[in-house]
Design a protein around this ligand. Structure first.
Ligand code: SAH
Length: 234
C-alpha cells in the first residue's frame, strides 16, 4: 500500500496537535488511515544549553525571531513528503486552487512561526513557499496549519462520502455557494424559498446558480470580476 497523504508540522508547540483535526471528518479519516499527521518539535534541534530557539531582532524592535540555524536543523532533520510551506501573513493568500493542488500531492510540510516570525535567511536558503490565511495577524502558525490541513484533508479521496458535495461548494466554479435551507420549512414565519420544495430539479438548479452569482457579485466583487473574465474567455 502507498503511504497516505501526510501532514508534517514543525512547531514549538506539538501539543497543540491534532486539536480540531482529531475530531469529526478529519479525525475519522485519520482513524481510517486516509491521512497521517506528524509533528516535529523544533526545540529538539536547539543546540545551546538553554535550548534557545529564538533571539532578539537585529536592527532593534520588539519581540523575538526564530533562529535560522535551529529552524534549518529541524527542516534538515525531518524526512517527509510534500512541499515545505511557512504559514506567514507575508505569504501569498491561500485559496481553494492551491488547496486542491496540495491535496492531490503526497502531503505538506508546514513550518509554524511564532513571536515576530522566522529569520529571513532560512526561508531563502530552503526556498520555502509562504502562504497566508488572510490580512490579519495570528499569534502563531499553528492555527493556520490546522486550517490548511483541514482544507486539504476534506478533499482527499474517500474522506467525504458524496463527491457531489465537493463539486458544488464555494469557489469550485469560481462562485460562492448558493444559500442552504433545511427543516423546519416554516421557521418563525420565515419560509424556505418555494422553488426548493417544488421538486422541479432543473428550476432548482437554475435558482441556485442565480443565487450563487448574486451572492458573489454582491459579496466578492474580486471573484465576480474573475468569473466574468473566465466566461468571456471561453
Ligand atoms: N511580525 C510578523 C507577524 C508574526 S505572527 C508580521 O508582522 O508579519 C507569528 C506567526 O504567526 C507567524 O510567523 C506565522 O507563522 C503566523 N501567522 C500570523 N498571521 C498569519 C496569517 N495571516 N497567515 C498565516 N500565518 C500567520
Amino acid at each position: 500500500m502507498t503511504a497516505p497523504w501526510t501532514a508534517t508540522v514543525l512547531t514549538l508547540f506539538p501539543e497543540m496537535f491534532p486539536g480540531p483535526l482529531g475530531h469529526s471528518l478529519a479525525g475519522q479519516a485519520s482513524e481510517r488511515g486516509l491521512w497521517r499527521l506528524e509533528t516535529v518539535d523544533i526545540r529538539r534541534f536547539a543546540r545551546d544549553k538553554h535550548r534557545s530557539v529564538d533571539d532578539t531582532p537585529f536592527g532593534g524592535g520588539p519581540g523575538m525571531v526564530l533562529r535560522p540555524d535551529v529552524v534549518d536543523a529541524a527542516i534538515a532533520g525531518t524526512e517527509a513528503p510534500g512541499p515545505l510551506i511557512l504559514l506567514s501573513p507575508r505569504g501569498k493568500p491561500l485559496d481553494q486552487g492551491r488547496v486542491r493542488e496540495l491535496a492531490s500531492g503526497p502531503g505538506v510540510r508546514l513550518l509554524c512561526g511564532r513571536f515576530e516570525g522566522v529569520d529571513e535567511r532560512v526561508i531563502e536558503a530552503n526556498r520555502i513557499e509562504e502562504l497566508s490565511l488572510g490580512d490579519f495577524v495570528l499569534s502563531g502558525g499553528e492555527p493556520a496549519a490546522v486550517v490548511l490541513i483541514d482544507a486539504c484533508v476534506r478533499l482527499l479521496p474517500g474522506v467525504i462520502g458524496k463527491d457531489a458535495s465537493l463539486e458544488e461548494e464555494s469557489f469550485t466554479g469560481g462562485l460562492l455557494e448558493y444559500p442552504q435551507y433545511t427543516r423546519p420549512q416554516d421557521w418563525q414565519g420565515r419560509r424556505v424559498p418555494e422553488i426548493l420544495v417544488s421538486g422541479h430539479h432543473e428550476k432548482v438548479r437554475q435558482w441556485r446558480k442565480a443565487e450563487a452569482e448574486a451572492a458573489t457579485r454582491e459579496r466578492r466583487p474580486d471573484l465576480w470580476k474573475q468569473y466574468l473574465a473566465r466566461l468571456r474567455g471561453q
